[in-house]
Design a protein around this ligand. Structure first.
Ligand code: GDP
Ligand code: MN
Length: 360
């Protein structure tokens, strides 16, 4: 789950990383008095979950006389088509230089990866394209509780030493908050010291409960429903709805659709032993997706009974064509029920997927 800038900055501040003095203003709040106390010169920043707000007009300069008007204007607006419900009013700092610092997971080693470059402020993807050698990288052994001093010196590559402690503090944040990403861009030097001028933290969804977060704000309504039912569900942007049991079979179905020239609309693993009600929920969930023109149900009956699955598909009664491949326990009963109700049941996964691609 992505945290907004002001939330990330609260965490950074608690970890001892200096952040500019600021105040959060939500739509409907009175921006006047509180914001004016922040200072004579301020920056008003849209609190939305998109990058590059600066370029898109989501970061505005103001002073104590104009801050109310500027905050109100930003609060009613949309930046990159995202409505602004809150703004962060911060003291304006005199930036001398902008650096980039992030910690993410290196996929190949499964360990924290620290990136640092003196070319901060702009998007890191841009630096990676135009000046890749300017980015210093260090993989940290996940059992280390601190970033070794020699690694910090390597990363800084001659940048001011006062930035070093921030690297270690961000590493502590990354570990203790179960983060997938902890980023400060820009990390800045000013005449009054080092500051995190921006902050971004993404918490691993699998760690939300441990982090005391009861609700994942980033889920779509459908993903939330799927979570309630206990399905593993990911929305994609194709037209063929996919239901499988077991992650392997479901993933193979998604792959085969792609190989045969179709576009999967989702990944949905109903899990083992799915009964009539669960199957009906799964089919209806996909039936409610506007882009779905056909649904393929590819299930292996072990503890899952094919007659239960057939009943669930019939109960769901969705408007889209449902193509079924069922094999295993009570297969014949399932086939009879589906045939009686006019559903197509095919013997192999290849046949079923080809048929679905054709319909789509
Ligand atoms: P982003 O565009 O969404 O990444 O938003 P940032 O918070 O990183 O702000 C974009 C840019 O605005 C920064 O790189 C800075 O150049 C500038 N900026 C932000 N806060 C301040 C500030 O307090 N003082 C000054 N001078 N510039 C700022
Ligand atoms: Mn930024």
């Amino acid at each position: 789950m992505k945290l907004l800038e002001y939330e990330a900055k609260e965490i950074l501040k608690d970890a001892g990383v200096p952040v500019p003095k600021g105040i959060l203003i939500r739509a409907g709040d009175d921006a006047g008095a509180g914001a004016a106390q922040i200072g004579e010169l301020v920056v008003v920043k849209a609190q939305i979950d998109v990058g590059g707000r600066g370029k898109a007009g989501g970061i505005l300069m103001a002073d104590s006389a104009t801050v109310q008007e500027v905050a109100d204007r930003l609060l009613g607006s949309r930046i990159k088509d995202v409505p602004v419900h809150a703004v962060l009013v911060e003291e304006r700092i005199s930036i001398e230089h902008e650096y980039y610092l992030s910690i993410s997971i290196d996929r190949s080693s499964g360990s924290p990866l620290i990136l640092f470059t003196s070319s901060g402020g702009v998007e890191i993807e841009e630096v990676a394209r135009t000046n890749p050698d300017a980015i210093r990288r260090a993989v940290i052994h996940p059992l280390l509780t601190d970033v070794p001093g020699y690694t910090i010196r390597y990363l800084l590559d001659g940048a001011p030493r006062e930035l070093g402690p921030v690297i270690n503090k961000l590493y502590h944040v990354f570990r203790s908050r179960d983060a997938l990403l902890a980023e400060i861009n820009p990390l800045v030097t000013t005449p009054s010291g080092v500051y995190a001028a921006d902050g971004k933290i993404i918490i691993d969804d699998n760690a939300l409960a441990r982090q005391g977060i009861s609700e994942n704000r980033d889920l779509t309504d459908r993903e939330r429903k799927a979570e309630e039912f206990g399905f593993s569900f990911v929305e994609l942007d194709g037209s063929i709805g996919v239901i499988g049991n077991g992650a392997g079979l479901t993933m193979a179905t998604v792959d085969l659709i792609t190989v045969l020239g179709g576009k999967p609309a989702n990944f949905l693993d109903v899990g083992g032993g799915a009964d009539r009600v669960r199957v009906a929920h799964a089919v209806q969930l996909l039936g409610s997706m506007p882009g779905v023109s056909v649904i393929i149900v590819n299930l292996l009956g072990g503890i899952t009974r094919c007659d239960e699955v057939a009943a669930g598909i019939i109960d769901a009664g969705v408007s889209q064509q449902v193509i079924v491949r069922l094999a295993g326990t009570n297969e014949e009963q399932g086939r009879e029920m589906l045939n009686k109700h006019g559903y197509r049941m095919l013997d192999t996964m290849e046949e079923a997927v080809s048929a679905a691609v054709e319909v789509a």
